[in-house]
Write a protein that binds this ligand. Structure first.
Ligand code: RTP
Ligand code: MG
Length: 149
């Protein structure tokens, strides 16, 4: 089963959207397998966003991600990497469709509430970067036969 790394950013935590965001993924039918509220060190933030290190917004992005607690999560489900990106919506919340997390709750690109891995390689790398093996729980929700054929 596919897994992805999702992180509710400091704005999502400060705006009390943790429950709302988790609920959207739960009710979709995906399974939570790792969850922690944490402060992010500069080192972790820079590793996580290393691909953007030469961009003009990098310094501000690192400042923002380390500015308050985040909720780091691993979720599991068929096709979850692409599906979670759809549920999250476009990077710029003003372009994100209503019904998506960013489309419903965000206004500006630097405060877009949640991160989601953008492919299977980055999902594997990010899960490894943010979680120890023993922090992840493999389990089979009894509801799954009502979600999967
Ligand atoms: P994320 O990695 O956080 O899930 O977001 P994403 O894939 O939708 O967007 P990405 O291109 O990976 O950009 C990472 C984060 O950097 C901030 N950003 N700011 N000021 C800007 O032009 C700008 N562009 C990107 C956003 O917070 C974006 O989520
Ligand atoms: Mg990205």
């Amino acid at each position: 089963m596919e897994r992805t790394f999702l992180m509710i950013k400091p704005d999502g935590v400060q705006r009390n959207l943790v429950g709302e965001i988790i609920q959207r993924l739960e009710t979709k039918g995906f399974t939570l397998v790792g969850l922690k509220l944490m402060s992010v060190s500069r080192e972790l933030a820079e590793q996580h966003y290393a691909v953007h290190k030469d961009k003009g917004f990098f310094a501000g992005l690192i400042e923002f991600i380390t500015s308050g607690p985040v909720v780091a999560m691993v979720w599991e489900g068929e096709g979850i990497i692409a599906s979670a990106r759809k549920i999250i919506g476009a990077t710029n919340p003003l372009s994100a469709e209503p019904g998506t997390i960013r489309g419903d709750f965000g206004v500006t690109v630097g405060r877009n509430l949640i991160h989601g891995s953008d492919g299977s390689d980055t999902a594997k790398e990010e899960i490894k970067l943010w979680f120890k093996d023993e922090e992840l729980v493999s389990w089979q929700p009894t509801i799954n036969p009502w979600i999967y054929e």
